[in-house]
Design a protein around this ligand. Structure first.
Ligand code: 13P
Length: 251
């Protein structure tokens, strides 16, 4: 059975004290969310240690937003998977479109990062998604299929059980423009089909596929009602504990 998950991606927002307060509020309000729905917050590196203290013993999982593609050593400014685990992380986001777009994240680097993360015991939230020109050219299925093939096809079905996929159409991120539930569902179904072709029906049926891109309390219910949408990766709306929890209550 695949898990339903609502994850917040705080991106480069909040100071440490603000982040600690937000985490406290999410933890407190998480009691209202049915136990079958997983909750995760992905926070900046500086926030991981204090937020892990806040979330200790709670149901809210803790994720990083990225990790290094090397194990350790002379890589100034990078943060390794072992550092993340020792700081209290359970997951890391990888391949977010903002990293692909602004920081040269390639599928090749994502394979290395995913291998390191899984070997260190971190779950991976792997993001895929097309940009506006790719969608307008009608290439969205092709782009997303290739992203899945280029990264996930390097792993085993067992690895896949520790990977959450997030479909985030770049044109819907932070723009207020949400994909319609039909647009999101058809890509989610495509991702599941591509995964089934490589790893089998069971693995495809078990993989959690989140939607991300201007998901908010007003549209979460319709998106989450789609058969292949298993939750959300929430940006802006995750910065308010009430909105984040409201989205999780939309199931
Ligand atoms: P928004 O919800 O702000 O559009 O961001 C989505 C996202 O990028 C989550 O990773």
């Amino acid at each position: 059975m695949r898990k339903k998950i609502v994850a917040g991606n705080w991106k480069m927002n909040t100071t440490v004290p603000e982040g600690v307060e937000l985490a406290k509020a999410v933890k407190e309000k998480s009691a209202a969310v049915p136990a079958g729905i997983g909750l995760i917050v992905a926070v900046p590196f500086t926030h991981i240690v204090p937020v892990s203290e806040v979330l200790k013993g709670s149901r809210v999982g803790l994720s990083a937003e990225n990790c290094a593609d090397k194990e350790k050593g002379a890589y100034t400014g990078e943060v390794s998977v072992d550092m993340l685990v020792s700081a209290g992380c359970n997951y890391t986001i990888l391949g977010h479109s903002e990293r692909r777009q602004y920081y040269g994240e390639t599928d090749e680097k994502l394979v290395a990062k995913t291998r390191l993360a899984l070997d260190a015991g971190l779950g991976v939230i792997l993001c895929v998604g097309e940009n506006l020109s790719q969608r307008e050219a009608g290439n969205h299925f092709k782009v997303v299929t290739e992203q899945i093939e280029n990264v996930l096809f390097n792993f085993t079905a067992e690895d896949l059980s520790k990977i959450i996929v997030a479909y985030e159409p770049v044109w819907a991120i932070g723009t207020g423009k949400t994909a319609t539930s039909d647009q999101a569902e058809e890509i989610h179904a495509c991702i599941r089909k591509v995964i089934a072709g490589k790893f089998g029906e069971k693995a495809a049926d078990d993989v959690t596929i989140l939607y991300g891109g201007s998901c908010k309390p007003a549209n979460a219910k319709e998106l989450f009602a789609c058969p292949d949408i298993d939750g959300g990766l929430i940006g802006g709306a995750a910065l308010k504990a009430d909105d984040f929890i409201q989205i999780a209550l939309s199931y």
